[in-house]
Design a protein around this ligand. Structure first.
Ligand code: PRP
Length: 172
């Protein structure tokens, strides 16, 4: 088995996700909140986060892919599965498992503003700065991690490890 080192425990995750849910519930009180998960990685975080949010909201999903190049940091992104709800005049909260170079998020923020959303904010489970190339603001963040190849809690390596309840740094 590949070597891996624990970075965030399930207790820390549970506690932080609960806090984020409370903060989001307060901030979006009385607003038309639509939570948009960015597939695939965000599905685990989103599932826990929405169950800690106490105000009414809708949930939808988007998936992006890169054109030709395998590395999204090229900045050439397209939507491979778009949201199905009407985004006009709603308060969109994009939910990501990780913000790495920032390319995906930068592009998605524009995409939702073009759909005439009233506001577009971001909630990321992990804000990782090591490879950041686009300046993006993460409004709600679970954890800030500087370095490492992270897996678990939705984060994958070759589509594996997403099911782990903790976050690990993988020696690849
Ligand atoms: C990951 C992650 C973000 C994006 C962040 O998705 O879920 O969407 O990369 O990277 P960036 O800040 O450098 O743009 P990935 O393409 O690995 O797909 P996945 O969610 O299916 O794992």
């Amino acid at each position: 088995m590949t070597e891996r080192e624990l970075v965030i425990s399930k207790e820390e995750i549970h506690s932080r996700v609960g806090q984020l849910g409370k903060i989001i519930s307060k901030d979006y009180q009385g607003k038309k909140l639509v939570i948009v998960g960015v597939l695939n990685g965000a599905f685990v975080f989103l599932a826990d986060l929405v169950r800690s949010i106490s105000i009414p909201h809708q949930i939808d999903f988007v998936r992006v892919a890169s054109y030709g190049e395998s590395d999204k940091s090229s900045g050439v992104i397209r939507v491979s599965k778009d949201v199905e709800l009407d985004m006009t005049d709603v308060d969109v909260l994009l939910v990501e498992d990780i913000v790495d170079t920032g390319t995906t998020l930068h592009w998605l923020q524009q995409h939702f503003l073009e759909k005439q959303a009233a506001s577009v904010r971001v909630c990321a489970f992990i804000d990782k700065h090591e490879r950041r190339v686009k300046k993006v603001s993460v409004d709600y963040k679970g954890f800030v991690v500087d370095i490492g190849f992270l897996v678990g809690y939705g984060l994958d390596y070759a589509e594996q490890y997403r099911h782990l309840q903790e976050v690990y740094s993988l020696q690849v």
